[in-house]
Design a protein around this ligand. Structure first.
Ligand code: ATP
Ligand code: MG
Length: 139
C-alpha cells in the first residue's frame, strides 16, 4: 500500500554534509521525497517531538543533540514507506545495524545515528502533521 512516513536527517549527518548521500539511498530504495525542509529545531520542538521518550534517561541528551545543528525534515512516499524506511535506516544502535543500512554506513553512535523514521503509520501521520501542512506535500 502506498504510504507516507516522516524522515529526519539528524544534526550529526547535516554537519558532515551527508544529506545528498542519505537521500540517494532512500531514493534508490524506491522512496520519493514529497516534502522537505531544512530547519533547526528549538528545544521546545525537540522535547515535543520526542515526548514519548521524556521519562527515559537519555531524553535530555537527545534533545541537546537534536538541537545542536540543522536537521532536514522530509516526507517519504512509497509502497510500505514506514517499514521500508526503517529497513533502509537500520537498527537504532549502529553496531547492530545490518550492512548497507544508513545507520551502519553513517551513524556515529547510538544517539548520533544520522536519521529518524516514524515507527508506525499512525505515528507517521502525527509526525508529518507536526512539521507540514497538507499544502506543503506534493506527490
Ligand atoms: P528514531 O525515533 O530517531 O527514528 P528509533 O525509533 O530507532 O529512532 P527510539 O527508541 O525511538 O529509536 O529512540 C529515539 C532516538 O533516541 C534514537 O534514534 C537515538 O538517537 C536516541 N536513543 C535511543 N536510545 C538511546 C540510548 N540508550 N542512549 C542514547 N540515545 C538513545
Ligand atoms: Mg523512534
Amino acid at each position: 500500500m502506498t504510504e507516507r512516513t516522516l524522515s529526519i536527517i539528524k544534526p550529526d549527518a547535516t554537519r558532515r554534509n551527508l544529506t545528498g548521500r542519505i537521500n540517494a539511498m532512500l531514493e534508490e530504495a524506491g522512496l520519493r521525497i514529497v516534502a522537505q525542509k531544512r530547519t533547526r529545531l528549538t528545544v521546545d520542538e525537540a522535547r515535543a517531538f520526542y515526548a514519548v521518550h521524556r521519562e527515559r534517561p537519555f531524553f535530555d541528551s537527545l534533545v541537546t543533540f537534536m538541537t545542536s545543528g540543522p536537521v532536514v525534515v522530509q516526507v517519504l512516499e512509497g509502497r510500505d514507506a514506514v517499514a521500508r524506511n526503517r529497513d533502509i535506516m537500520g537498527a537504532t544502535n549502529p553496531e547492530q545495524a545490518a550492512d548497507g543500512t544508513i545507520r551502519k554506513v553513517f551513524a556515529e553512535s547510538l544517539e548520533a545515528n544520522s536519521v529518524h523514521g516514524s515507527d508506525s503509520p499512525d505515528n507517521a501521520a502525527i509526525e508529518i502533521a507536526f512539521f507540514f501542512s497538507a499544502r506543503d506535500i506534493t506527490g
